[in-house]
Design a protein around this ligand. Structure first.
Ligand SMILES: Cc1cc2nc3c(=O)[nH]c(=O)nc-3n(C[C@H](O)[C@H](O)[C@H](O)COP(=O)(O)OP(=O)(O)OC[C@H]3O[C@@H](n4cnc5c(N)ncnc54)[C@H](O)[C@@H]3O)c2cc1C
Ligand code: FES
Length: 254
């Protein structure tokens, strides 16, 4: 079982208001981390439960994660200063599976869902689609551009890049280009659209789901989602069986 470690915060920035980019020092987590896995973080500020945050990047002894301030936990986490120690458990969960047959990979992320995709994009040369609400919420475009085959950025309000939902930009791209897998992370409406596109085209699709979590290690069942794998209804634990699932395995209820 994974134990919690106190890790030193070695860099901190706020690339856009309310989004914090942290790097902690942990040779053990950096050595084990796989794309799509997450950290379970004791945020402080009186919060009792840990909060799950994806690993954005890992190399040498550094582990990077980027998060949006949503509520009490992430607000307290954001208040840490460089040099502080953060209580981190991880890496946890089952991440993305890159297979030798994935020659033409497409990566699609929406909002805070773009962060878990960066380590993946470093490992598999891909065409990347990043969707945001508006121009002032665009992050990591240049970093993805430095490692990907191509990057398309879209905004829901049309203020930057492709005008409209990023899943539509990806669908238009798939009309004209070869593909063999889609990797996705983002809000539920984007997932639904991506799952439908993958099923229509008969293409493998791996989705990284977000669910509220308790223990983070498969014991409390707070994080279950429904699955119809092999025609059988069953409950999957996002923290342990996921967070990354084959899109055909999961039922995306509202
Ligand atoms: C596997 C996984 C990876 C994640 N990776 C990232 C990441 O890389 N960057 C990032 O910014 N966020 C990520 N999240 C979401 C992050 O865990 C939540 O935003 C955080 O737990 C909110 O805690 P809080 O105390 O600040 O807010 P709370 O006070 O607990 O909640 C504030 C609001 O956020 C909603 N919320 C809380 N937890 C979740 C959740 N798990 N999913 C969806 N909505 C939630 C609540 O319903 C509420 O509306 C991830 C979640 C999961 C499950
Ligand atoms: S968070 Fe406890 S089982 Fe998943």
């Amino acid at each position: 079982m994974k134990t919690a470690k106190l890790c030193k915060l070695i860099s901190k920035s706020e690339p856009i208001p309310g989004i914090f980019d942290f790097t902690i020092e942990s040779p053990e987590i950096a050595a084990e981390a796989r794309c799509g896995q997450f950290l379970h973080i004791a945020c402080g500020g009186g919060t009792f439960l840990r909060r799950p945050i994806s690993i954005c990047d890992a190399h040498d002894s550094c582990v990077r994660f980027i998060f949006e301030v949503k509520g009490e936990g992430t607000k307290a986490l954001a208040e840490h200063s460089v040099g502080d120690f953060i209580d981190v458990m991880g890496p946890l969960g089952h991440g993305f599976e890159v297979k030798p047959e994935h020659k033409n990979a497409v990566i699609i992320g929406g909002g805070i869902g773009v962060f878990p995709l960066f380590l993946l994009a470093k490992q598999v040369k891909s065409d990347v689609f990043l969707g945001f609400r508006s121009a002032d919420r665009v992050v990591m475009e240049d970093e993805f551009a430095s490692i990907a085959k191509s990057v398309t950025v879209g905004t829901d309000d049309g203020s930057y890049g492709y005008k409209g939902y990023i899943a539509s930009a990806m669908d238009e791209y798939l009309d004209k280009n070869p593909y063999d897998v889609i990797f996705a992370c983002g809000p539920k409406p984007m997932f639904k659209a991506v799952k439908a596109i993958a099923e229509k085209r008969g293409i493998e699709c791996q989705l990284s789901l977000e669910q509220r979590m308790g223990c983070g290690i498969g014991a409390c069942l707070v994080c279950t989602c429904e699955s119809t794998k092999d025609g059988m209804d069953k409950q999957l634990r996002v923290c342990k069986n996921g967070p990354v699932f084959d899109s055909r395995e999961v039922t995306l209820n509202d």
